[in-house]
Every structure is written in C-alpha cells, then in structure tokens.
Design a protein around this ligand. Structure first.
Ligand code: SAM
Length: 289
C-alpha cells in the first residue's frame, strides 16, 4: 500500500508527496499538526494539512526571510520573530554574533514541542540563551511594544485560522510602532500565481504600503509551496532594500549560505511584469513633482 500526502493548491491543482511514514499527528487548541517522513523531501511539517516546511527546501525560505533584511542592516541587535515555531528563522538569525536578543512569539506551544522532537534541523537552536520564546498571539504581543526592535520577521501561516490577524492593518501599524527609527519588517507575502493567493498577497501589500514609507517585494523559488513562486515583503522606515546596502560588509561576515548571496538579493527585487502590475494596482498613485 502506498501512502501519499496531498495538498490542494487550488480547487483544480494538487501537490502530492509520497510518504514513507507518518511520525506524528496531533491536535492543539489552534490547529492539526502532522510530521511525515518522505524519500524526496525528508521530514516535513504540515499544519491543518498545509505544507509549512520540508527538510529539503526549508533553507530557501529561511535564508531569504532572514539574510535579506540582515544584509540591509547587519547591525540589528534586537529582533522579533512572529510565528516561526519550527525554529528555521531563529537558526539563521543566530548566525549573526551582533544579534543580542531574539523574541520568538509563537501562538502554539505544541508546534515548538513537536518540531523540537522531530525536526532538529530547524528546531535544534530553540534552546539558545539569546532567545526568549513567548507563547502568545503575535497580534496581541505587538500591541504593547514601542521602539523596541531593529527587525521584525513575520514568519506566519497563511491569512486564515490563527494567522489571520497577522495580515491586518492593525498588526502592521503596531509593527511600525514596535520598530526603532531605522527598523525593518519582513513578512512571508504569499504567492502571486494562483488567484486566491494573489488576492491575499495584494491585500497584504496594500496594508503594508499604507503603514510603511518604504515597501518592496522580493521573490524566491520554493518548490513545495503553491506554484513554487513565493514572495516576501520588505518594509522599512528609511532603508531601501537594494540602494542602501553595503554588499561588501555582508560578504565580509563570511556566512556560508546555500541559496542566498548578495547578487541574488539584488536580483530578487526585480519582479516579473505581471507581479509588478498587481503591486501597482494596490499602491497609491505616485505624486507628480
Ligand atoms: N514557513 C511557513 C509557511 O509560510 O508556510 C511558516 C512556518 S511557521 C510553522 C508558522 C507558525 O506561525 C505556526 O507555527 C503557527 O502556529 C504560527 N502562528 C500562526 N498564527 C499566529 C499568531 N497569531 N501569533 C503567533 N504565531 C502564529
């Protein structure tokens, strides 16, 4: 008998991965949590049946959500990660000796417990002394933060279920307030390809543009996410993600990465025309000089 994990990417498209074994299945107060083992992708985590990460391609997502903002500001000392209970983003952040403290706000304690047990590749770093884990709703957590962080990384699930509040105008406004004057916020920004995902992506972009003076979008290829074409949002108070970067300085850190490099960083902000159009559709008209 063959065992397959299948995720509906749209009503008419599915991605299936052949599974060797199901290692864990459980239900928290917030969601269903499953861990599978597979020949092609290694172990993988799903929440409510949606792919979160696989051992084979997680490096792409975690490097791109972390090293892009860290290259723009390698002096970041205090970082807030919202979601991200698998630990992949924290693992990449901890590679920067300049980072003094990371707050990880994960709503679901069971995600962390399960990842610690079954996904040491990402969760192995979660006992680090520079990290504090808060088991809280990120939406509520940021309401009480002011001028506290250099960088906020929103490593959330999709905009439904517990993740819904992390795509609201209130949340982005509070992230703005929680950042220092030269702060940066990066978020997982959904995909531009399938209609439903593109709609969520545009809605998030509109709300971020309304909350931050600089707001750009960059892309990466993530094979196990719907369409494989994934976007990240880069928002900041005053730093441009390509023009204000000291590439030499990041390269001098000597970090060994498998996906990210500084040429790719610059290129990732060059988007296909159809994506630029979708973004322009929700951006305010430029003011004529
Ligand atoms: N890389 C993933 C993706 O884009 O599919 C996201 C990974 S990470 C596992 C997402 C985490 O966000 C989940 O563990 C989930 O419990 C957490 N989460 C969802 N809503 C949240 C909220 N409101 N506050 C804090 N964490 C939340």
């Amino acid at each position: 008998m063959e065992l397959w994990f299948t995720e509906n990417h749209t009503k008419n498209v599915k991605l299936s991965i052949k599974v060797d074994r199901q290692l864990y299945s459980g239900k928290s107060e917030f969601q269903r949590i499953d861990i599978f083992d597979s020949r092609e992708f290694g172990r993988f985590l799903t929440l409510d049946g949606y792919m979160m990460l696989t051992e084979k391609d997680e490096f792409i997502y975690h490097e791109m959500i972390t090293h892009v903002p860290m290259c723009v500001n390698p002096d970041a000392r205090r970082v807030l990660v919202i979601g991200g209970g698998d630990g992949g983003t924290v693992r990449e952040l901890l590679r920067y000796p300049a980072i003094e403290h990371i707050d990880l706000v994960e709503i679901d304690e069971l995600v962390v417990e399960v990842c610690r047990k079954y996904l040491p590749q990402t969760a192995g770093c979660l006992g680090d002394p520079r990290l504090t884990i808060h088991y809280e709703d990120g939406l509520k957590f940021v309401r009480h933060c002011e001028d506290a962080y250099d960088l906020i990384i929103v490593d959330s699930t999709d905009p439904f279920g517990p993740g819904e509040g992390l795509f609201t105008k209130e949340f982005y406004g509070n992230c703005y307030k929680a950042l220092h004057d030269d702060g940066i916020m990066v978020n997982q920004h959904e995909s531009p390809f399938y209609t439903q995902d593109a709609y969520a992506m545009q809605r998030a972009h509109k709300r971020i543009v309304d909350s931050f003076p600089i707001s750009r979008v960059y892309q990466a290829h993530i094979p196990t996410y719907p369409s494989g074409h994934w976007l990240f949002g880069f928002a900041s108070k005053n730093r441009h993600p390509v023009k204000d970067v000291n590439w030499v300085r990041w390269n001098a850190l000597g970090l060994n990465t498998r996906y990210y490099n500084t040429q790719l960083h610059a290129g990732a902000f060059a988007l296909p025309n159809y994506v630029e159009e979708m973004l322009r559709d929700v951006e305010p008209e430029p003011i004529e000089p």
